[in-house]
Design a binder for this molecule. Structure first.
Ligand code: F6P
Length: 546
């Protein structure tokens, strides 16, 4: 495949972007009454309105040419066929098999993984239901009341985000806790609120070597044994989720209490695997399987729909357009749903760990800007914090608005206001407010002359700021499953365009290596060879000799 930026598709997009420079979205809407119908699309219970992007039908067509030119469909098919597309780790990328809800075999190197996938899913279900029904008892015979998931990154963010999103359907006896940070405050804060007799710890780590998780798990184990004093009690209170049975056993958890997954499941793509155990514990196995159903529906859409009507393809390509042709270096994710409060954090790992790369699959340099900075907060809170910058700041920041038609709260007035705010923000970002409109408004309030003219520039909104609006039917497991799968595949599409491997994360290794050495040094070990800043900070932070 030739270079990205010299390809005819890329050049045509660059020329189109130049032609479109002076076009305001307000005028684009005024000119084309069919814009909303043409630039919206629906699948798997998700509706995407992308008409408030700074692009027209021809631009979208050129983006589709780019997708064809870069081989998006072939790359997608390679992933769904179990090819080892994670080239730097020599692994298949097969999280889609975890939510294959058909009878179709899915194989890696000719080995159908589906019997193992179904086997673990069934074990998870039996275990989750036993805990929920009160049939799985703690060592002293009491039912479990608290589940503490200890994991970080992909072994934390997915289940934490989904459990929060679906908390309204959570089991009334079970409180879910998520401990990720190696800062002891995190674990200590949770341990203060739970009793060992009624607590189930889920130690989730793909590798079972991650220092934060191992440290928290060891401290949780020590706390448990300190209160309980009985090694044999561990079996009723600690389970593991991992790909690594020997390390789980070495830690002291019986592999019979381990829920397995496989190296073809990337950490940030793992919530569909046994990593989703907290979700099954909270909302039940049927709920967890509904989440898988939603993701599966989106997978089928991604595979079957033509590129022009394919939600992840459209979303991914619009991201490329905004990043590379409009120069947007960040993307704000604004879920208008308090239940989705952790979605931006989840997407930060999904997107930035996947495509935050400057080296291409073949080892060459990525020739264009890759992943934008992903950030956000739920609406309406964000409106009272950073929306000022979105409307009038110096940078162009596209927004993904996410909203559900129905709210689980049952407070209809609140939901009406929430929806109104969501639509108001995307409209305001798009239309803006001209100097003439501001003058008329101020004039109507009796502000005239010099005083008025001094105020006008401050009250002008340039508008023309792009956004997508994603409408979920509801906040059900199925809808949320589809939403997450949509973003996963969007990231995949972008990785193909930018030519990066979305499934490795070498960029996290250096800090880990240095931290290991520094931890020894801070604990009194021999001094390492450091720059003056690091040396000075070690001196300042080293514990006082006792
Ligand atoms: O931060 C790096 C990372 O490897 C993530 O990709 C992963 O999700 C996280 O650490 C946790 O890894 P593990 O599940 O192996 O503990």
């Amino acid at each position: 495949m030739g270079s990205l930026t010299t390809s005819p598709a890329w050049r045509a997009l660059a020329a189109h972007a130049r032609e479109q420079e002076g076009v305001h979205l307000r005028d684009a809407f005024a000119r084309d009454p069919g814009r909303f119908e043409q630039m919206s699309c629906e699948a798997a219970g998700l509706f995407l309105d992308y008409s408030k992007n700074r692009i027209d039908g021809r631009g979208v067509g050129l983006l589709m040419d780019l997708a064809r030119d870069r081989g998006v469909a072939a790359a997608r098919d390679a992933m769904f066929s179990g090819h080892r597309i994670n080239n730097t780790e020599g692994r298949a990328v097969f999280h889609v098999a975890l939510r294959n809800r058909s009878d179709r075999p899915m194989a890696v190197d000719g080995d159908d993984v589906m019997p193992r996938v179904r086997g673990v899913l069934a074990r998870m279900g039996r275990f989750a239901e036993a805990v929920r029904e009160g049939a799985w008892l703690g060592h002293s015979g009491e039912a479990i009341t608290d589940v503490v998931n200890i994991g970080i990154g992909g072994s934390d963010l997915g289940p934490a985000m989904v459990c929060q999103a679906l908390a309204a359907a959570g089991h009334p006896r079970l409180t879910m806790h998520f401990v990720s940070n190696v800062d002891g405050d995190h674990l200590a804060g949770v341990l203060q609120r739970v009793r060992p007799e009624t607590t189930l710890f889920v130690i989730a780590s793909k590798t079972f070597t991650t220092i934060e998780t191992m440290t928290n798990a060891a401290s949780a184990r020590a706390w448990f044994l300190g209160r309980f004093g009985n090694e044999s009690a561990i079996a009723r209170h600690f389970v593991a989720v991992s790909t690594h049975a020997e390390r789980v056993a070495a830690f002291g958890i019986d592999p019979a209490n381990m829920f397995e997954f496989w190296d073809w499941v990337g950490g940030r793509y793992s919530l569909w695997s046994a990593v989703g155990l907290p979700i099954a514990l909270s909302i039940g196995q049927a709920g967890f399987e509904a989440l898988l159903d939603g993701a599966y529906a989106l997978d089928r859409h991604f595979v079957d729909a033509p590129l022009e009507r394919n939600l992840p393809v459209i979303l991914g390509l619009l991201g490329v357009w905004n990043r590379n042709f409009l120069g947007a270096a960040s993307l704000c994710v604004a879920p208008y749903a308090q239940a989705l409060a952790r979605l931006p954090a989840y997407l930060q790992q999904l997107e930035m760990e996947s495509t935050g790369k400057s080296v291409a699959r073949d080892g060459g340099a990525v020739s264009v800007g890759s992943c934008p900075v992903i950030w956000g907060e739920p609406g309406t809170n964000g409106q009272h914090a950073f929306f000022q910058l979105l409307h009038q700041g110096t940078d162009l920041i596209p927004v993904d608005f996410i909203v559900a038609r129905h709210s689980p709260s049952g407070l209809a007035d609140h939901h009406r206001l929430l929806l109104a705010n969501c639509l108001a923000q995307s409209k305001a970002l798009m239309v803006g407010k001209s100097a003439e409109e501001v003058r008329a408004e101020l004039g109507a309030c009796g502000v005239e002359g010099v005083a008025r003219e001094a105020l006008v520039p401050h009250r002008v909104f340039p508008g023309n700021r792009p956004s997508n609006t994603l409408v979920l039917e509801d906040l059900s497991p199925r809808s949320i499953g589809a939403l997450i799968a949509l973003y996963e595949h969007k990231v995949f599409v972008q990785s193909v365009i930018w030519g990066v491997n979305a499934f490795d994360q070498w960029g996290v290794e250096l800090g880990k290596e240095i931290a290991t050495g520094l931890a020894a040094e801070l604990g009194g070990g021999p001094p390492g060879d450091h720059d003056a800043s690091t040396r000075g900070l070690i001196e300042r932070l080293r514990p006082e000799p006792s």
